[in-house]
Design a protein around this ligand. Structure first.
Ligand SMILES: [Zn+2]
Length: 881
């Protein structure tokens, strides 16, 4: 074999990437009416500057989806862009004095180059970056659509304040320990005037449309449903009474999902932040209430509501009247009631709510049972509250009703008597979008003392970020400190006014980017209705499970609002969603010190020890991260093996939605597989086989079969070819089982190695042609190179329809799948001793004859006739001596 015919990915990959780019092979086609459009989309990355394996897996999966769709004749949109606003750029500005825009653009350029090395079939002409004014101009325009629709508003809100990053965080950006998702700082509470989007106005739709998303993982739909959290119940009003027990003008309204338990209420609890707390607290209790409120203000929401944390509270001295039975009960404040949820007040029913039960036991409040299990007459409260439905007792006119019936009856009575009504409540709250940071999309409004909030007129968009900014990292937004920027004339009255200095949550920018890709160069609108409706919804969206709630929920919200504004004509943005699993690296940890050890520092992986102390290390797989030294740099893998091997390994090692354990030996295995394919095709080319002039196409194969029936070897070859087509087509329908598709490619290449040389040229070419087209989505460079080698591709400067990536996906020939022979197992006295190839249509008598005449029978029966013969057609013959 000559030197030039070795598989050297480094020698071919960059050249093909450049040629595809120059020939516009991945350009998005203009859609004509009736075209079968397909939109394959990866969640766009934050441009940190470094591509990691998690990115690689995500984009390779989407790329295979896009490539397969093209081969199947669809018109494909496969874009890429950058989620480019956010804190890291601003932090770089603070720490190193670099311009955030320039820093971001450098990172984008570097990551784009790294992405291109993977051979992704991305249409770079549609690239966008959310931090560029030609994009964020439209984010601002869309914000004004929300404002005009009454879906954007300002209110004072208690916010999560990150004392390190000095910014407001959304609740979702605070982890379960009350720490910032980014800085790790313990989050504090502050009151600020903030912008919100009214996502709660769409809560019902966002929930009710979830069952339509059949192409989404069930668990993502469940997570969204839980996040939205719809509960049906009632609002009930408890009048506050004075010292003599007479109703005052004040009243406390609670929300409950269990109005049937109101006769069991033994106290009412307010959130410490509830506006009536200060007013209703009695002088004797004031000092305790103040101390308690101070304590709670330092706790995170998660700390306050976690099931395993003790609940604390104090009575504020006032009493309320239970509107159902007239009983006077005490008013408390407690940490577990949050001002932002519901009404900021709940009724305490210890007998029928576990949290109330624990609280009542702790503070010696009465526990009164008003529901009993159906068919029982009492329930002891040793284990806790009885929280199931049942039958009402001690409940006045409602005694004897079942819970469901009682909920309706009590809500109706409350409404009739003016102390309540049935109500649906959501856990979902409005979306806080204000950020007091520089590197974000400016909120395009002006505050005027005379006119109030004035939208920036369309012709003045974009409101550009100023470049002459000092970054100190302290004291809030740099924009608020730049008077020359925020001091403007009111667009309405011309008086001096103040530009809004808050920027938007970056989730705003990422809630519509997939719409912009359909029409990225539009300068009159964010996108045209025609373009967006012809490409969307996205056919296949691929990304991490970490975006299962917020990004997807916000994008769904945007889509529904823009639909209602007449800007697009569909209900849901993403038809199918694939959440790829994590990429895990081998991880070494010293169990005593807790320190992670880099694999390079482990001298003997079969007996891993701490290089300093000699202690035995723990070995396990975990998500790759810098702090655990378990990452694998994609660039290193590509340098060593090429992008095609990296792609094949990632696709083969695990199904796409499952976690993947990085394993160098398996990477090596994929490299050897591609080498075998290279040698197989190279050998065929040296024997003069060629795919030029339609060799190996169905027409050419039909002609060859008409001129002579296939030999046994040819039948084996054709069966392998068409089995592979059928199996891989199935693997790519629906769930994208890339790992089994790659296994099928391996089986096909093995069958070809065995039967190719003994087969006629037309049939050998059919196999070669099929192998390369099926391989093309997985290992695009190798497939193209071998396609060229075999004469399938013409070399030309123009956009080339002869590329392997422009071929049609092969169709399985059912006739070739029929087996003429099948394996028959031979048993001697029930033990398997060997097998025979026998005609598939042989009858019982023939099978018995063939078995008795076999070498296996001769060896094990030693010439004697068997006493018994059992034949199972299509499976086995058992000879009993
Ligand atoms: Zn004005």
């Amino acid at each position: 074999m000559s030197e030039s015919s070795r598989y050297q990915p480094q020698a071919i990959e960059a050249a093909w990437q450049q040629q595809w780019q120059e020939q516009g092979l991945h350009a998005t086609p203009e859609l004509q009416p009736g075209d079968d459009a397909f939109y394959a989309l990866s969640m766009f990355p934050y441009p940190s500057g470094n591509l990691h394996m998690g990115h690689v897996r995500n984009y390779v999966i989407t790329d295979v989806v896009a490539r397969v769709a093209r081969l199947r004749g669809k018109r494909v949109l496969h874009p890429m862009g950058w989620d480019a606003f956010g804190l890291p750029a601003e932090n770089a500005a603070i720490e190193r004095g670099v311009d955030p825009g320039a820093w971001t653009d450098r990172n984008i350029a570097s990551m784009r180059e790294q992405l291109n090395q993977l051979g992704l079939s991305i249409d770079w002409d549609r690239e966008l970056a959310t931090c560029h004014a030609d994009y964020y101009r439209w984010t601002q325009w869309l914000f004004l659509q929300f404002l005009e629709a009454g879906l954007a508003y300002q209110k004072d809100a208690t916010v999560n304040w990150d004392p390190i990053d000095q910014t407001v965080l959304a609740n979702e950006q605070v982890d379960s320990e009350g720490r910032s998702w980014r800085s790790g700082a313990l989050v504090e509470k502050r009151k600020l005037r903030q912008w919100f989007l009214k996502i709660t106005a769409y809560a019902d739709q966002l929930l009710d449309d979830l069952p339509k998303l059949e192409g989404w993982p069930e668990r993502v739909r469940t997570m969204q449903a839980n996040w939205i959290g719809r509960s049906t119940g009632a609002e009930l009003t408890f009048p506050v009474v004075d010292a003599e027990g007479n109703d005052t003008a004040e009243a406390i309204t609670v929300f409950t999902t269990r109005p049937d338990t109101i006769f069991g209420a033994s106290y009412v609890v307010l959130a410490p932040e509830h506006p009536l707390v200060a007013k209703l607290t009695t002088p004797e209790q004031a000092i305790h209430v103040e101390a308690f409120c101070d304590l709670v203000s330092r706790q995170s929401e998660q700390e306050r509501t976690a099931d395993d944390k003790p609940k604390r509270g104090v009575p504020i001295g006032a009493q309320v009247r239970n509107p159902a039975n007239g009983e006077l009960i005490p008013l408390w404040i407690a940490d577990y009631v949050l001002a932002e949820y519901g009404t900021g007040a709940v009724m305490g029913v210890p007998a029928h709510d576990q949290r109330d039960f624990v609280f009542a036991r702790q503070y010696e409040l009465p526990v009164r049972q008003v529901i009993i299990p159906e068919g029982s007459d009492e329930h002891a409260f040793e284990g806790g509250a009885w929280t199931e439905a049942g039958v009402l007792i001690h409940s006045g006119p409602f005694t004897g009703l079942a819970s469901g019936e009682a909920k309706r009856a009590i809500a109706e009575a409350a409404e009739g008597q003016g102390w309540g009504r049935a109500k649906v409540q959501f856990r979902l709250r409005d979306w806080l979008i204000s950020r007091q940071r520089y590197w974000g999309c400016p909120i395009p409004v002006i505050h005027c003392d005379s006119c109030g909030v004035v939208p920036v007129p369309n012709e003045q968009l974009p409101v550009e970020l100023p470049r002459d900014v000092a970054f100190s990292g302290k004291g809030g937004s740099p924009l608020a400190q730049l008077e020359s920027w925020w001091q403007v004339a009111c667009p309405c009255c011309g008086q001096p006014a103040r530009r809004e200095t808050d920027t938007m949550d970056t989730f705003m920018c990422s809630s519509w980017y997939y719409l912009r890709y359909s029409d990225p160069h539009n300068t009159a609108l964010p996108f045209s209705r025609k373009a967006v409706d012809s490409w969307l919804p996205v056919d296949q969206y691929v990304g991490g499970i970490e975006h299962a709630i917020l990004h997807l929920l916000y994008s769904r919200f945007f889509t529904k609002v823009l639909r209602d504004r007449g800007l697009l004509g569909f209900d849901e943005p993403f038809q199918k969603l694939l959440t790829q699993g994590m990429v895990q690296g081998i991880t070494y940890k010293n169990p005593h010190s807790g320190k992670y050890i880099a694999p390079a520092d482990v001298a003997d992986p079969t007996d891993p020890r701490d290089p300093v102390t000699g202690e035995v290390l723990e070995v396990f797989y975990e998500k790759m991260s810098k702090s655990k030294y378990n990452g694998v740099d994609p660039a290193v893998v590509i340098d060593k093996y090429g992008a095609d091997t990296a792609r094949m390994f990632i696709l083969f090692k695990a199904p796409p939605e499952k976690d993947l354990e990085w394993d160098d030996a398996d990477v090596e295995g994929q490299f050897r597989f591609l080498q075998r394919i290279w040698r197989l095709v190279d050998g065929a080319a040296e024997r003069g086989l060629s795919l030029a002039d339609g060799a190996g196409t169905p027409a050419a194969v039909a002609e060859a079969l008409a001129s002579g029936a296939p030999s046994g070897e040819e039948q084996e070859l054709r069966r392998a070819v068409h089995t592979a087509i059928s199996a891989i087509s199935d693997d790519l329908d629906g769930d994208y089982q890339f790992n089994t598709a790659v296994s099928e490619l391996m089986k096909l290449s093995n069958a070809m190695a065995a039967h190719l040389e003994a087969s006629r040229a037309a049939l050998a070419c059919e196999a070669l042609r099929t192998l390369l087209i099926l391989l093309a989505p997985f290992a695009p460079h190798l497939a193209e190179e071998l396609w060229l080698k075999l004469g399938g591709r013409r070399e030309t400067e123009q956009l080339d329809s002869s590329s392997v990536h422009r071929q049609a996906w092969p169709l399985a020939d059912a006739a070739a799948l029929v087996r003429s022979t099948v394996p028959l197992v031979i048993q001697i006295k029930g033990k398997v001793r060997g097998s025979l190839e026998v005609p598939a249509d042989a009858d019982k008598a023939t099978l018995e004859q063939l078995a008795l005449a076999s070498d296996i029978a001769a060896k094990w029966l030693e010439g004697k006739a068997p006493s018994r013969v059992i034949v199972v057609p299509g499976k086995l013959v058992n000879l009993v001596p």
